[in-house]
Each structure stands twice: as C-alpha cells, then as structure tokens.
Design a protein around this ligand. Sequence first.
Ligand code: FES
Length: 120
Amino acid sequence: MDKFSAHPSTNQPPRRFIQVCQYRSCQRFDSEAVLKAFKQHASPELMVAASSCLGQCGSGPTVRVVPDNVWYCRVRPKDADEICEQHINQGKPIKRLLHPRFHPDYNRLMQRLESQTEEV
Ligand code: FES
C-alpha cells in the first residue's frame, strides 16, 4: 500500500499520515523507537510510516503530520502518546515539540489548521 492509498479494511484513505524519519541523524537519537511508539496508534484513519531524511537533521528525530503539514522536532518515544491524543484526536498540536523553523507562531498555526478543517 503506498502512503495515501485506501486502507484495505475500510477502502477509505487514511485521514492523517505520520512520517517518522529513519535516516542517519535521526537514527542516532532513537528514531526507531519513536516510529515504534507511533505505530501503536496506527489505525485505518492514521497511517504511520518510516521516511527517509526530511531535511531537518540537526533537530531530530523529525516527525511530520500530513496533511496538516505540522513538523515536530526532537521527538522522543514518550511523546507519541501525547501527539496522537492531543494533535491527532483533538486537533491541538503540541507546542513544546513544534519545529520552530516551520512554526514560529502557535496561534498562526492554529488559525491555518482551523481554516483547513472548515474547507473539508
Ligand atoms: S536524518 Fe532525519 S531529518 Fe535528516
């Protein structure tokens, strides 16, 4: 199954996709355990997969949530529960884990996500 294809049990595309970098720099900071922690939350609506380098090697492990286009940095395995519970389930990204390069302003991020939700 490619990253955006339909889930075999529901025939619906997943609503969100979590990419967890598994390339060199992130691997040094235990990105494999981060991926494993996120996979515990995988469902027909949430796809979790390894990715190659996401271009943010100095602040890994790097995690990206699509289609929200939210980037997290220095993610630890224990953070997966919080990201899934608050961001994926409640729509509130975890401010302390956001990559500052992409998300310098939390309020602006929330406005963008809310406008995306309204468009759906
Ligand atoms: S090695 Fe993970 S972002 Fe580059």
